[in-house]
Design a protein. Structure first.
Ligand code: FES
Length: 127
């Protein structure tokens, strides 16, 4: 069974959409089910000031993306990199065991979007 929080974030997902001037963007896929999540981050002075996502996936994937974007906002890159799928699932009062893999997508999307940001920064300093 899903917790109330999971259902609530599924019905009213926060931060759905795109950020036009995002400076960290990544798309990750879940090999188990084929669902995909695209994450947009806006990072200023090492702080994530905005986060949005688009998820083509199950209810648990939508709820975890919603919670994950809420959790990273206002955090430093270092803090955001510490967020695990377990932490996201716990913030939602847990996920059914067979749905835990869905929360991995959220963790991976955040990490990949931050990596995208960092690699762009590197390119800029090299030029
Ligand atoms: Fe694919 Fe949940 S079943 S992310």
């Amino acid at each position: 069974m899903y917790s109330e929080k999971v259902l609530e974030h599924f019905m009213n997902p926060r931060n759905v959409g795109e950020i036009e001037d995002a400076n960290g963007v990544a798309q990750v896929g879940n090999p188990k089910c084929g669902d995909i999540m695209k994450m947009y981050l806006k990072i200023e002075n090492g702080i994530i000031v905005d986060a949005k996502f688009k998820t083509f996936g199950c209810g648990a994937a939508v709820a975890t993306s919603s919670m994950a974007t809420e959790m990273v906002k206002g955090k430093t890159i270092e803090e955001a990199l510490q967020i695990t799928n377990k932490a996201v699932a716990e913030a939602l009062d847990g996920l059914p065991p067979n749905k835990l893999h869905c929360s991995v997508l959220a963790e991976e999307a955040i990490k990949a979007a931050i990596e995208d940001y960092l690699s762009k920064q590197k390119q800029q300093t090299q030029n």
